[in-house]
Design a protein. Structure first.
Length: 119
């Protein structure tokens, strides 16, 4: 039993390192004719989107508008909507935190025992 626990711990450690490496490398998404739809933890602010007008940059440089359940991001040059990103549910935050997502782990601190946002 102890051998299995050690093996499991080594695998979890490797998975954690892989997830951290994935968080460090920005990914590139190209405009494909309509806005891409992402759940909250599918993308990071450092990930890059490329517009049909030629602009390419991180999500953090886009024109972002917030609504009750989502945010949308548009190209800062031509105003083409490039992404729609839904806010996470409490369950999505918990799942992402369990996967080791540092943003989700931080977000999890804002939820109380009943799953409600605490001030």
């Amino acid at each position: 039993m102890l051998r299995l626990q050690r093996k499991r711990d080594r695998l979890l450690s490797r998975l954690s390192l892989t997830l951290r490496a994935m968080e460090a490398e920005p990914r590139e998404f190209t405009y494909a004719g309509s806005a891409r739809i992402f759940s909250w933890y599918d993308v990071r602010d450092s990930d890059r989107l490329q517009c049909r007008c030629g602009w390419s940059g991180p999500i953090g440089e886009m024109i972002v508008e917030g609504y009750n359940e989502l945010v949308d991001g548009s190209c800062p040059l031509c105003d083409q909507m490039l992404m729609i990103r839904s806010f996470p549910t409490v369950d999505e935050v918990r799942v992402a935190a369990a996967r080791g997502d540092s943003g989700a782990i931080s977000d999890l601190q804002h939820f109380g025992a009943k799953g409600q946002v605490e001030p």
